[in-house]
Design a protein around this ligand. Sequence first.
Ligand code: 5CA
Length: 444
Amino acid sequence: MYFTKSFIPILKNNPSEAKIKSHQLMLRVGMIKQSSSGIYSWLPLGFKVMKKIEQIVRDEQNKIGAQEILMPTIQSSEIWKESGRYEDYGQEMLRIKDRQNREMLYGPTNEELVTDIFRASVKSYKSLPQLLYHIQWKFRDEVRPRFGIMRCREFYMKDAYSFDISDDAAFFSYNKFFLSYLRTFKRLDLVAIPMAAETGPIGGNLSHEFVILAETGESKIFTDKKIFEVNSDDTKLEKQSLEELRKKYEKFYAVTDEKFNNEEFEKKVTEQDRLITKGIEVGHIFYFGDKYSKPMGASVDLTGGKKVFVKMGSYGVGVSRLVGAIIEAKYDDKNEVMKWPISIAPYDVSIIPMINKNDNTALEKSIKINTEFIKNNIEAIIDDSDENLSSKLKKMNLIGSPFQIIIGNQADGDTLEFKETGKKSTHIKLDEVIKIIKKEKEKI
Ligand code: 5CA
């Protein structure tokens, strides 16, 4: 991609309305544009990152055997009246009337709709478990939308739902999602801690929030630092191994302020291991048994003719919020340097030629390098603008490709000035550059 042909509307300075660094960078570098309060358009750079995050989330859902569906954004109020949540949900729900004066709504979440889909087709215990998910826009009319896409009204969420025959079987499903979340956030190069959480309007009595540490986070968290040492790498996708993994985490005190109890904290955590900080909730999982299946009549037949209401859980990941959360974790706002994890970077590498009037040598060399990159599945952005080197570097530091190549106008030698974004340059040959980038990409 040539910078001059791209749609990356970069601002010279930080926009004054943005209070946290992810919102600043996203507006600054033209990843999003607000269309009305808490509602955003996603421009190419932001959309590219979000789609890559979505793909990792999807891949990890598929790996635990969840099946993807797509439910609509607009739902009928009928099913919400059946579950009893139509009134309870209050003003956060955007209610709409169609031309027949039917009450509709823009889905804030999908427990009812997925239960309706399930009950229409699944009749026997033999079809269980079922794990279904979709990735779709949601709308919640938040009282105070803020921090850009971190707490907005329209947001992109992966929500999954599990259907099982018993509590025991349902905990197995719950634990599969628990593991898939740890794997997902790891692939995004984030350290996410699972924390016991309140269930709020979703309901139920077992719930974990997945929180990443960030000074600007909205949730206050209290945790034992030893939780960071838990390793999930050899966890197998079987009942016992998953149970053990969850226990390993639950051994350590880790809660948000809703569940915080100082006496318990001081009793369970030694003074040097106590960490009180802030975090961003990037995922939330719930187990709520028959809270929806009972009022909505979602049951399966057992042998002998008995019926049982299915036991359900739901599992959310804030796909659009993750874009902001990753910036909060990775952006050095003092030096204005962003370095995206390569798994989701909009471009793998920025090629920065110094272009003088009447001399196209550096640009031509950039194009040749890019041809080699394309052959090797490496995606580059070439800054073909006629700005000076320092403003090009500033701009590319904000765009955040994990690697940069700088090409001077005496660009005739066979080594290149190559750097990891934010670090010092080295001079190496193109095939070595390709090797380094490919190796980094293989780690994904
Ligand atoms: N039905 C359940 C699980 S599928 C559910 O809706 N859970 S939730 O309310 O916790 O939302 C799931 C995730 O969506 C949250 O962890 C958060 O990352 C994201 N999210 C929730 N509200 C917003 C919002 N207003 N703006 C951006 N992301 C949000």
